[in-house]
Design a protein. Structure first.
Length: 508
């Protein structure tokens, strides 16, 4: 008898409330992604208001990144064990409370503590949200639409955060960048509580792998902090090097433990499948390129072009529109017709072409002629690639592993974001210094020379981002070898996506 025949009908039957549930899951995902960039806009104001030193200001970002990145795998497994709906609602409530504490912060310690709490509850919330989609949407066409919406939010939410952060900071104050999370969380939590019905028989009742939790958390924290510290202290700093070495040892030990224990935190079958492994690697690389670009374009538009925070946010709208179009109109429509690699590879290459436009930045670059088409192509490419990537990352995974597989998507994004910010910023800073040194004494106004050096640094780093996107496309095209998903309901049997997605399809 096939494994499909052994599955309870409650697992396979579509949830009548699944589209309403998607709306609330999307609100929660938007809140998490917004928070990644909204605080960046408000940071200078918060620093001045609370008297945070220049040396400690990075911890407003780092505290969140460390807690979120370090606890994601743990949060994913908690969702599998405890129930995804319960974990999702708990994460939302905790995130809202932590945001309220951050908005009411009276000092540095209170603000940093709230950011760490946001990261911890985000590590519960994010994998629970994605894994709920994975177990609720089993029809391939519906799954394509659902993940198209989710992918658009995951890709474009960061740019929306720049707009919202600009508005709140310019017209209210920095505290509202924290308070803004509360209505999002309340709406999503109430909606989830009353609407979401998690399919039965999809939990993992195995005992928690404590050594795996400790090793993965410490290893990921060391990795993320290593890249964060490299940005501020340099790559040869002894502590930075020590963090990278420690991370390598801890993560190697984690892999060894996971291969030996009976109930691993991260079953290696989840990542060793070439298709899911290809998704995690290519997605992480794409995020490296995109996060670096957010940083550079924000500085370019505000410092070089003199845009206000609000105008800067609106300047990113074409990229958001491109992502939504690529994800919902291109990716979702073609996902059931072509193999995922035929969307992801060309998608990343299209984004690379968009990046190529942005390597032409100069002090007097036209927004309409260079930046606008670059952003549109970048958005279209990323949106087209993100949607099948998000879906394929959990497609064919055993329901009991959906949470941890979802956590791996978020982990690749989080680590990619940390690497992108540190690596590309370091490249840009080095190129800026070299340019100013080479052109000093030539009679150029010092302020003008500084701006020219800054732009040269940005374009040098963006060239690296172009190369990284080309590599991401190469990984997607060569590693991901599944065929197109069947257009019928997908079984929850847990058969992998190997061998051209030969997943049993239930007859109507």
């Amino acid at each position: 008898m096939s494994k499909t025949a052994d599955i309870s009908p409650s697992v396979l039957a579509p949830d009548p409330s699944r589209w309403k549930a998607l709306a609330f899951i999307a609100v929660a995902q938007l809140m998490v992604v917004l928070d990644a960039t909204i605080v960046n806009i408000a940071l200078p104001s918060a620093q001045a208001d609370l008297g945070i030193s220049d040396g400690n200001k990075q911890w407003v970002i780092t505290a969140y990144a460390l807690a979120f990145g370090g606890l994601l795998l743990f949060g994913g497994r908690i969702a599998d064990m405890w129930g995804r709906k319960r974990t999702f609602v708990t994460g939302l409530i905790g995130f809202a409370l932590a945001s309220a504490v951050g908005g009411a912060a009276t000092g540095e310690a209170m603000l940093l503590g709230s950011r760490a709490l946001q990261g911890a509850f985000g590590a519960l919330l994010a994998p629970a949200a994605l894994s709920l989609l994975a177990v609720m949407f089993t029809d391939a066409k519906e799954r394509a639409k659902a993940f198209g919406i989710y992918g658009a939010i995951a890709g474009g939410g960061g740019a929306v955060g720049l707009i919202l952060g600009g508005f709140l900071t310019e017209y209210l104050n920095w505290r509202w960048t924290f308070y803004a999370n509360i209505p999002f969380a309340i709406v999503a939590a109430l909606g989830a509580y009353f609407v979401i019905r998690e399919p039965k028989g999809t939990r993992n009742s195995s005992a928690l792998d404590i050594p795996g939790v400790v090793l993965s958390t410490l290893g990921l924290v060391s990795l993320v902090y290593g890249f964060t510290r490299a940005e501020s202290n340099g790559w040869s700093d002894p502590t930075t090097v020590g963090l990278f070495v420690g991370s390598a040892v801890l993560l190697a030990a984690f892999v060894f433990v996971e291969s030996k224990v009976k109930n691993p935190l991260l079953p290696l079958r989840v990542v060793l499948d070439r298709n899911r492994g290809g998704v995690y690697a290519s997605l992480g690389l794409a995020i490296i390129a995109m996060f670096g670009l957010f940083l550079f374009l924000t500085y370019y538009l505000q410092i070089v072009k003199g845009f206000s925070p609000v105008k800067t946010g609106f300047a990113f709208l074409p990229m958001i529109a491109g992502m939504i179009t690529g994800s919902t109109q291109i990716g979702a429509r073609l996902m059931t017709k072509v193999a995922p690699r035929k969307l992801m590879g060309p998608g990343f290459l299209t984004a690379a072409v968009g990046m190529l436009f942005l390597t032409q930045l100069s002090l007097d670059t036209s927004y309409a002629a260079v930046i606008l088409p670059g952003m549109v192509l970048l958005g279209l490419g990323m949106g087209t690639a993100f949607m099948p990537a998000m879906s394929l990352a959990t497609y064919g995974v055993e329901p009991r592993d959906a949470g941890v597989a979802s956590a791996m998507v978020n982990t690749s994004q989080q680590v990619g974001g940390a690497i992108g910010t540190a690596l590309l910023n370091t490249i840009a800073a080095s190129a800026t210094t070299a340019y100013i040194t080479d052109h000093a004494g030539g009679g150029t106004n010092p302020d003008l020379l500084k701006l020219q050096g800054m732009v040269n640094g940005f374009t040098s780093a963006i060239w690296w981002a172009v190369g990284i996107l080309v590599v991401a496309a190469g990984i997607a095209i060569t590693l991901i070898n599944t065929g197109r998903p069947d257009a019928g309901p997908v079984s929850a049997s847990g058969e992998g996506v190997e061998d051209e997605l030969k997943i049993p399809v239930v007859a109507h």
